[in-house]
Ligand binder design. Sequence first.
Ligand SMILES: [Zn+2]
Ligand SMILES: [Zn+2]
Length: 362
Amino acid sequence: MPTVAVIPKPNSPVELREVPPPELEQNSALLEVEFSEVCGTDVYLHRGLLTGVPYPLVPGHVSVGRLDRIRGELLDVNGQRFREGDRITFLDVHRTCNACWYCLVAKATTRCPHRKVYGITYGLDDGLCGGWATHVYLKPGTRCIHIDSDPETFMAGGCALPTALHAIERGEIRIGDTVLILGSGPVGINAILLARMSGALRVLCIGAPQSRLDAALQAGASKVLNIETHDVEARRDWVMEQTSGRGADVTIEVTGVAEAVVQAMRFTRDAGRVVIVGQYTDHGPVEFNPHSDLNRKHLDVRGCWGSDFSHFYRGVEIVSDETRAQPWSEMSLTKFGLKDANEALSEVASGAVLKALVDPKL
Ligand SMILES: [Zn+2]
Ligand SMILES: [Zn+2]
């Protein structure tokens, strides 16, 4: 019997349950999970801070494992057939319709109203749809990708890698740019790595705690600043000192703190770009000055919601490349068994661990 770790309802401890194995529909599969992950989103899910989430919920949106059973045909993006035993991951976003106004006219598929996300908007009533489990049911139409790399290297990127990749794409970094990353969690660390790959000459990072800033330096940040010892004014002065008094060319906000959005605008040079990624949940309103913070600055502020198959696919490609994958292969991972999910959530919430994996075999 498959075992799952369930959030029964918001703010209730995670509990283990055994559930019957699913009946496989045509062109579906059962995945035996090797690793899933615990990220900031799971902390918010546990606290009930996301809308449209059906509890009881099995979290875990990005996972890797082996295909245990396939019914019918499962094809990759190149038209190749998956076989039982293959190591794969799958795009957590399911049912992007490619038929609605947002998909076809706006070409903004991450705003498709029909999309569902494994481990977030698919609950236990929808089946085995979360990675904190021994098995995940891959419904028909789930986009799977072969994993040729080491599964731990892939999971070191996890959901943060496609999220950061999308943000970097929105930031349109040019060769020689100074890029500022606000936030030093997993998305911030991945954004540093990808900003460097995109041609940024220098990457500055402002965050906390010190262990995460050390990881930022290891990922290639030129300089880091700790928010625990520097107030907003000191942070602004520091950015200006590094940028001849102008501010960063591109700033990527990945903090989860609403005030950081205004700081991102103020720390960026006139006619620069700001990408907002860290407001996945509602942290309330903030004040800014439309004249001095936006219009006069000729600033380009862009939201960045979710990720699509292209971000996920390119993320997998990067960690499958021996040379490019090196920083991810060196990242520090902390593993938790399904029974330790509550501990994992509190460690992630406090920032005590950089990247937490769930290993159902522990
Ligand atoms: Zn659509
Ligand atoms: Zn995540």
